[in-house]
Each structure stands twice: as structure tokens, then as C-alpha cells.
Design a protein around this ligand. Structure first.
Ligand code: IFM
Length: 396
């Protein structure tokens, strides 16, 4: 793709935005389970992160300046409900200010309610491994719907349910550091309950609200043109990309697609089920994740069967030298546009992330941001690649 081809014409009202999550950018999220484990030395410390809690105005102004018309942020549950049933008026006021700032800038506001962290009090009681966790999430959603009714344009209940459950309960890398397949499946079941509870709560307050989920999806291909490899893809594709949507189909106003991963699968008697490693020539991010823009097209096409609006709620690359990012964004948008032309109702694209962030167990190493952050001085510098958004035509 050359630079000429970046000039895509996207549909009326198409959202071009960036995404972030509270714990990764705000700083000092002291009442969350992550903070607790960071203090114990089990995770890198997030500390002040990007100090976005105090610098949100500057950050949103940069988003506007680079040509974005939408932001996806998350509201930190542990700030709003630091103890069970005790709602913080001052934190609610803070988020009202944040959301109003976006409105003043003319930006659409997508808000996530659960992006990997939990209030400590709930984590102490088993979090999402319990049905009570799902019910508590419903109450949290109800509280926000009541109080932020006119401040949110699009609600996302849960971010990447399978990643959350997998990292915390199957691979033991994130809180609460468990490694159990039955435990993982139980959490998935409770996240489905949690989504439904939040969906019902928000709709009870405002039947016109638009509520969706942001689901991580993996584009998979068979390694060889063999029946076994194709079967492996079929099964893995169902569980990784569709099971969750199927379960919440009736409680879903829009679909959120987070796309980062491409896999080639093989299955045979000798080596069993295998994810074939990328070859040396394949483009990869600083984190070793291979990039495959075309994959977004096939994933989006497969979502057409749900007959709902779709937003790319995340897509991004860790690329400190910034030599891959512009092309990465342009090519994903190119393929998203192809999906629109195919008939998928894609309404927006949110790049991950506006700024560099605290990247969970990888700390401050990976650089995903359109805006570079010096974590010592908190200085911001817009990366060259961020220009891409001004080169794309959106018909308003
Ligand atoms: O930083 C994360 C984000 O929290 C969820 N989606 C993937 C991003 C990059 O790893």
C-alpha cells in the first residue's frame, strides 16, 4: 500500500478514536486488586502511570488535535465503589468532568465498565469467580447509568472477557494468579452473567442506551490445506471468536471487536494441536505479535451474521521506533473499509492507545501510544504516525 491509498473515504459519522483504560493511564488506583498485588511485588508498579487522572484535558486536546472524533475510556470501579455499597460522590464528579470535557470537544464517548481491574473488596471475596461478583457488577452498572445517563454515548460492559479469565484463572499471570481450566470456565460463565446483569441495569434506566461488549478476536488460518488443520481452525474459531457473542446475542446492541492476533493452526496425530510459530520474515511488533491487517476483514465479515453495528474497539501496535504504526493503522482501516463495502455495518475504529500506557505485567515497556509519554516528566509528544488520521477522509 502506498501513501495515496491511505486516502480512504469512510461513511458518514464514522468514529475515528483512540482507546484507553483507567488503570493503565490514570495513576494511583489504590483501591484496586492490581494495586494490591503491585504493592506486594507480584506485578510491576503502575504508580502515577500517565497521570491522566490530572492531565485528561491535555490528553483529550491532543486527541482532538490529531484528528480523532471519539474516545473510548474506562471508569475505574474501585474509585466509584471503594467499599461495598459506598459510592464516591467526588469520583463520580471527576468522571462527569472527564466526560463533559470530551463532549465540549465534540467527541463521541464510549465508556467501558470493566477493564481487567476489580475493587479490592470484591477481589477479596472471590471476584468474578463468584455469582455475587456478577451481581455486584450489575449494581455498579446501574449506579453509573443513573448518574451518567446523559454523559455516555456507547456503553461497553466488559473488555476482553476471555483474556481477563485466561490471564487470571488459566495461565496464572494476572490477579488472582490461578491456573485451573474449570476455574477459567466458571469465570467465563460469570462474565456472561455479569454482562447480562449490566445490560439489563443500563437498559432499565435508559431503554435507548447502546450497550455492547469489547471482545478480543483472533484471526486463524489452517497451516496446511488439510482437513485436520481446517477442523482445528473451525473449533478454535468458534470458542475464541463466537461463543461469548452467541451467549449474549439477545443482550447486545453493538459488537466491539479488539483485534491484535493472527494464528496458523495445525492438528495431527504426531504433534497434536499446534499454533505454528511465525517465520522470521513475518512483520512483528516490539512484543513479538505478528501483524496481519487483512485478518480484520475476515473477522468483521464473520460478524455480519449477528446483524448488529460493529465498532473496532481496539487495534494497535507496540512500536517504540514508530516505523510501523502509520502503515499498520492505514492498512487495518483499508481492510475495515473493505468489510464495510462487503456489507458489514462497521461504525468506528479505536486505535489502542492514545498515549503510551502501563501495559499490565509488561509494565511501561511496550509503546502503543499515538502520543509518547516520558514517564519521568509526564511530558507528551505526538508521534509522527498520528498524522495518519488527518489523511483519512471521514464524511460528516
Ligand atoms: O493494553 C491492552 C489493553 O488493556 C487490552 N487490549 C490489549 C492491549 C494491548 O495489550
Amino acid at each position: 500500500m502506498n501513501n495515496q491509498e491511505i486516502k480512504l473515504s469512510l461513511p458518514n459519522g464514522f468514529l475515528l478514536g483512540a482507546a484507553s483504560s483507567a488503570h493503565q493511564v490514570e495513576g494511583n488506583n489504590k483501591n484496586s486488586d492490581w494495586w494490591m498485588y503491585e504493592e506486594m511485588g507480584k506485578l510491576p508498579k503502575s504508580g502515577k502511570a500517565c497521570d491522566h487522572y490530572n492531565r485528561f484535558e491535555e490528553d483529550f486536546a491532543l486527541a482532538k488535535q490529531i484528528g480523532l472524533n471519539a474516545m473510548r475510556i474506562s471508569i475505574e470501579w474501585s474509585r466509584i465503589e471503594p467499599a461495598e455499597g459506598k459510592w464516591s460522590v467526588s469520583e463520580l464528579e471527576h468522571y462527569k468532568k472527564v466526560l463533559r470535557k470530551l463532549k465540549d470537544l465534540g467527541m463521541t464517548r464510549m465508556v467501558t465498565l470493566h477493564h481487567f481491574t476489580l475493587p479490592r473488596w470484591l477481589a477479596d471475596r472471590g471476584g468474578m469467580a463468584t455469582r455475587e461478583g456478577a451481581a455486584a457488577f450489575g449494581r455498579f452498572a446501574w449506579f453509573l447509568a443513573q448518574n451518567l445517563k446523559s454523559e455516555v454515548d456507547l456503553w461497553v460492559t466488559i473488555n476482553e472477557p476471555e483474556i481477563y479469565a485466561g490471564m487470571g484463572y488459566r495461565f496464572g499471570i494476572w490477579p488472582p494468579f490461578k491456573k485451573s481450566l474449570p476455574g477459567f470456565l466458571k469465570v467465563i460463565g460469570n462474565l456472561i452473567r455479569a454482562h447480562k446483569a449490566a445490560y439489563r441495569a443500563i437498559k432499565e434506566v435508559n431503554p435507548d442506551a447502546k450497550v455492547g461488549v469489547a471482545k478480543n478476536s483472533v484471526y486463524m488460518e489452517p497451516y496446511r490445506n488439510k482437513w485436520t488443520d481446517k477442523q482445528a481452525v473451525k473449533i478454535a474459531n468458534f470458542f475464541a471468536n463466537h461463543y461469548f457473542f452467541e451467549k449474549i446475542r439477545k443482550q447486545l446492541d453493538f459488537i466491539g471487536l479488539n483485534y491484535y492476533f493472527y494464528e496458523r493452526l495445525r492438528l495431527d496425530l504426531k504433534s497434536g494441536f499446534q499454533r505454528v510459530k511465525p517465520s522470521e520474515e513475518e512483520a512483528r511488533s516490539d512484543m513479538g505479535w505478528r501483524t496481519h491487517p487483512e485478518g480484520i476483514y475476515y473477522l468483521l465479515r464473520a460478524l455480519r451474521k449477528y446483524n448488529k453495528p460493529v465498532y473496532v474497539t481496539e487495534n494497535g501496535i507496540a512500536n517504540a521506533s514508530d516505523d510501523m504504526r502509520k502503515r499498520f493503522i492505514a492498512e487495518h482501516l483499508y481492510w475495515a473499509k473493505k468489510a464495510i463495502d462487503f456489507g458489514v455495518d462497521v461504525r468506528g475504529y479505536f486505535y489502542w492507545s492514545l498515549t503510551d500506557t502501563y501495559e499490565w505485567h509488561d509494565g511501561f515497556g511496550p509503546k502503543f501510544g499515538l502520543v509518547e509519554v516520558d514517564f519521568e516528566t509526564q511530558e507528551r509528544r505526538v508521534r509522527e504516525s498520528a498524522r495518519v488520521f488527518k489523511e483519512i477522509t471521514v464524511n460528516f
